[in-house]
Design a protein around this ligand. Sequence first.
Ligand code: CA
Length: 671
Amino acid sequence: MKIFRVILFILTSLLMSCQTMAPILTTYETYPIYRGTDLGLTWSPKKSVFKLWSPPAEEARILVYADGQGGSALKIHSLKKGKNGVWSATFNENMEGLFYAFQVKIKGEWLAEVPDPYAKAVGINGRRAMVVDPSKTDPSGWENDRRPPLKDYTDIVIYELHVRDLSSDANSGIRNKGKFLGLTETGTRSREGDATGLDHLVDLGITHVHLLPSYDYLSIDESKPYDSNVYNWGYDPQNYNVPEGSYATNAENGAVRIREFKQMVKTLHEKGIRVILDVVYNHTGVTEASNFNQLVPGYYYRQNEKGGFSDASACGNETASERPMMRKFIVESVKYWANEYHLDGFRFDLMGIHDMETMNEVSRELRKIDPSIFVYGEGWTAGASPLPDERKAIKKNTLLMDHVAAFSDDMRDGIKGHVFHPEQKGFVSSLAGLEESVKFGIVASTLHPQVDYQKVNYSKAPWAKEPQQTITYVSCHDNHTLWDRLAVSAPEASEANRIRMHKLAGAMVLTSQGVSFLHAGVELLRSKNGEENSYKSPDEINRIDWSRKNRYKEVYAYFKGLIALRKQHPAFRMTSSEMIRQHLRFLEMNESNLIAYTISGNANGDSWQNILVVFNGNPGDKKFQIPGGKWTVVVNGEKVSETGLDSVSGGSMSIPPYTAMVLYSNNLPKE
Ligand code: CA
């Protein structure tokens, strides 16, 4: 009896496991994986080889056209089924200049014609891929293009910019308005005589330009002329491996957008500026009709419990980076941009949607190309995802990731108040209780014995292992500009006081540990007329208004001075959390909205022995006891001067309202 029971148990278990396994056998995990790196087109003047991965296809074909849109196919050629779900076709002819699309038949029906996800050149509006001779996409001198030097990630000062915003103002003096080439023009001036565009970036001293999505996206009709004033941030990806056509001088010839993008990178590199691309692999602009979905339905996306598209991006879908062919696509795509376009970094939109394994592979593979390539992202999602938290590349898991950084919303909202409550004040506008959040930001989200993590606004524990894993910022393209936010949250304050708050916020970002990040135009008190979400607002809202450079010249000089100070003094750019713990001490404060700390011992090789930083977010003067000895003031809220604005001796010192002060001393008496 006993034996029978055991056999029965085994049989029942087997039956149950078959039942539980049955649905798995029908899911995407059973699709064969292709490990080759030749998906898409492999071109030579004599031969074009096309390869497409589509395991569920019953038939597959390529349609060749003379143009990027319209007309009927010059030829329709069946693809041959090979191993691991790969379909291929070889044409022994020179196909340069022709356009093509793929189509697969599933369950007896032909799906829509689309370019394959690996397409490297497309025609107008990205509807068809294009065959181009890669050597003709290089600007002259491209072979000599080199990444500007970068020693440590913490040396980075990022400037987050939309291609169009830099030049779209009539007062920009830039000819190629809204174009990649607009970033290559030098000698451009506003009517007031101030340097604009590229010259402005060089003068400001930033190290990296981070471009909002500049791969091919969907929402702009590329056939419309520039002055029809169509605008979009570009978070609706269409062709991931191709530059956006509306930023090129010719969107029809697929080679032009590639060459002009490279020209932009080359010119920025020549000026000492590195280039970062904002990448949005977490979702596609359309769902059912996307290139991914028309070739391998469902595979590249996560599904919800009902079998529909899950939506952690709040844009209608979320991709499934944990599936091997999606992970492979992301990794190969960033490698392609780094190798072909010489890009220096990648900012991952809604990085929390991706799994950590994918992000680690991205970082590892990019650092094999060049160890100075920088990877960071938004450590959150915009909605619920079926991927468990322990696998997500979310902020709290940054500690577990390898050379991947995340944005510090703790610091951002500590400085200016909660991002989703625009009327709320922050540290700089006198809201008490945010001191620990700011201190947590100052030490770049690392472990420090003087931070009380229970009092930090969002994170109750350090989430960065090293300072290079924290993006220190106060504003970006999302939500109000810092200047507009201060107008909404401190309407009672005079303009002069709001300027003080703004400058205080800038000083807090640029003196703190971690990687500095500035929203383009923050140095000119950029305003979008109070528009909170300008993703498709016209240029009048989104442009950088160059007349402000003259109007707020002291604000510009202040930001420029802070960047220079940061670059001259490695103490503000310490390279390890251990170094920060060793050198950075917070002073005991018994008042709200007042923070002071010292960085001592010539930290990180600094020429200054002792540095004192004080932030006063109060509306009145604050008396402050400075340690004995002679100190030189280098930042006083009004100005920045590395050689000194004033000198003070130990004792009581008055800190003006809404003010950052930085002092140094090389001869403090021994304790
Ligand atoms: Ca486009």
